[in-house]
Design a protein around this ligand. Structure first.
Ligand code: C2E
Ligand code: MG
Ligand code: MG
Length: 554
């Protein structure tokens, strides 16, 4: 074996250590790094967990970065770097790591430095422990816990039958705590749990969530069965719960969701039921709120439509396509580039604009696949324009659901190379929605893409305060000023001042600028005096299919 590999002696020593430690628990993973050789030996379980082809990996601690949640990467790196220098540290690292099912779980990292005979740090022993393994039984009520609910919910979803979820909150507990004390409240909760257990049959299950919240899975339940069950729960509480020989009549609020053939993930269902329950409390005097109705009436988004759209993304982005809106030179009005905008069409719903679904999809991991589909499609199509127009650029909107995934960077590099699209002709548009992302992680992403020659723009600039924070701290290449400032600018001195100051700032920071929403000739002529770099708007063209764009360019 060569210089950089473990020798026989190393391997015997390490595997003895690992074998002992590996038996400690089945939610922990172990590896040992030779600090001199910077090579890591992973236990079989660890190699399997990360999907490694080999148990011996060079520079493993750094390779692990791509599994770590972007927010946690700086903390991880700082902590692990010190340990790799052989520094023994007491505090443990707590970070989120991507698991096999692509979700993140919280892990604690425990390390120990082993010294050689001369007292020099020789091995770093690392044990990571999954902290997301919760108790499946609630110790107070003996009901199944939230963790078990999460598991069971996944299971009913997989069965693809109809079912309902009902979440309830029993009222009055803050008063009971105050007047009668904690012990009384706990007795009351135990009694309520018992009453709920009596209501169960083979199609029903009950779980205790936090405090006075309970949730039911009602298999095979449609609307009427749900309404009946909700009524029954209310009657049981209303009749009174017996504690210390006395009946205490209780009220509750409730929220529910009805599902049939649902293909989305369990966490959105949980979010939606909680949303319905919170609405029951805040807006509907504690009456039952069914998410399906609430969403249709109050948010304008149709749950059935969302389900079909979600399914289409899963189905290789079926029904999605890309249209292009030209971007022109502000002085000449000549087309210099275009923005790629996604559309979805379906025989039942017709062509649906992104305003109807992007915001909703942004809360869902499937936006990652849709965003990459748009990028790939846009580059594949517009590549053909570069033969006659080598400077033509394409702007593509990038979602936070893409940026947050560590593998996104390499995906972009791969798409560029597969489509043979020159990086310098691509501009990525980021929006305010990135504001929840830590600034330093965002900066690393922007710099990474820029190092390939990709340009990065701040989209919808001016609509929120976070975008200023982003452009002040991260070296962006372009600012796109939101059309809400542009459309009424002629009669609005405040908008004029605002746009002028943004353009001044961009000019001083060497950024190009694009004014969106240039809808007519009058606006165009008025805005020319502002010296922005590009214009975009209905005056030049609405978003159009690729072939129409191609025709506009000849
Ligand atoms: P955006 O990126 O700011 O795109 C510009 C939007 O303004 C487009 O709406 C465009 O049709 C509209 N627009 C352009 N010029 C005018 C004009 O002169 N007057 C008026 N009234 N509207 C104009 P669209 O296509 O409906 O897209 C809405 C938003 O959806 C986009 O805003 C973007 O934030 C998002 N979006 C669209 N496609 C994608 C995508 O592939 N990925 C992501 N992450 N977001 C996308
Ligand atoms: Mg945009
Ligand atoms: Mg925009």
């Amino acid at each position: 074996m060569g210089e950089n590999h473990f020798d026989e002696k190393d391997i015997a020593k390490i595997s003895a250590i690992i074998n002992t430690m590996d038996q400690l628990s089945d939610t922990s993973y172990i590896w040992v790094t030779s600090l001199q050789k910077r090579e890591t030996w992973c236990s079989e379980k660890t190699a399997d967990f990360f999907g490694l082809p080999d148990q011996i990996v060079p520079d493993f601690e750094h390779q692990l970065m791509e599994y770590i949640y972007p927010y946690d990467q700086p903390e991880y790196l700082e902590g692990i770097e010190k340990r790799l220098q052989g520094i023994e540290l007491d505090e443990e690292l707590c970070i989120r790591i991507r698991t096999k099912d692509k979700s993140y779980a919280l892990f604690s990292i425990h390390t120990q430095v082993l010294l050689d005979e001369k007292g020099i740090p020789e091995y770093l022993i690392v044990l990571i422990k999954n902290e997301n393994i919760f108790q499946k039984i609630d110790s107070l009520t003996d009901l199944y816990s939230e963790a078990r609910f999460a598991d069971d919910l996944k299971e009913v979803i997989a069965q693809e039958e109809k079912f309902a979820i009902l979440q309830v909150q029993v009222k009055g507990f803050s008063t009971f705590n105050l007047v009668y004390g904690r012990d009384f409240s706990n007795d009351l909760l135990r009694e309520i749990a018992l009453q709920f257990i009596y209501m169960m049959d083979s199609d029903k299950a009950v779980y205790r969530l936090e405090s006075e919240r309970f949730v039911f899975i009602l298999k095979k339940s449609g609307r009427q069965e749900l309404l009946d069950f909700d009524k029954k729960v209310r009657q049981v509480l209303d009749a009174g719960i017996m504690v210390d020989g006395k009946l205490h009549p209780l009220k509750m609020a409730s929220g529910a969701i009805l599902l049939e053939n649902y293909h989305g993930d369990a966490s959105s269902v949980r979010g939606q039921v909680t949303y319905a329950l919170n609405h029951s409390i805040s807006k509907h005097q504690h009456q039952l709120v069914i998410f399906n109705d609430e969403v249709q009436t109050s948010r304008g988004a149709d749950l059935a439509l969302m389900k079909v759209i979600h399914q289409s993304v899963r189905n290789n982005c079926e029904g999605f396509y890309v249209v292009y809106q030209p971007i022109v030179d502000s002085n000449t009005g000549k087309i210099v580039g275009a923005e790629a905008l996604v559309r979805w069409s379906h025989e039942l719903y017709g062509t649906v604009p992104p305003g109807m679904f992007i915001e909703w999809l942004e809360t869902d991991p499937s936006m990652y696949d849709l965003g990459n589909f748009v990028l790939r499609t846009a580059l594949t199509e517009t590549k053909k324009l570069l033969i006659s127009k080598p400077d033509f650029f394409i702007n593509v909107n990038i979602s936070i659901r893409q940026l947050e995934r560590p593998e996104f960077r390499q995906e972009v590099v791969k798409i560029l190379s597969e489509t043979e699209f020159p990086a310098k002709n691509l501009c990525m548009e980021l929006t305010e929605r990135c504001k929840d992302f830590p600034l330093d992680v965002l900066e690393q992403d922007v710099r990474f893409f820029q190092s390939y020659g990709i340009r990065v723009a701040m989209d919808d600039y001016g609509t929120g305060s976070a975008s200023s924070n982003i452009v002040m701290n991260i070296p962006m290449d372009e600012i796109k000023i939101d059309m809400s400032f542009i459309r009424s600018i002629i009669d609005n001195p405040k908008n004029q001042a605002m746009v002028r100051s943004i353009l001044y700032f961009a000019d001083k920071s060497n950024m190009t600028t694009c004014l969106e929403g240039v809808e007519n000739e009058e606006l165009q002529n008025y805005l020319r005096d502002y010296n922005a770099t590009w214009f975009q708007g209905y005056y030049y063209s609405k978003p159009i299919p690729f072939d129409a764009l191609k025709n506009m360019l000849v």
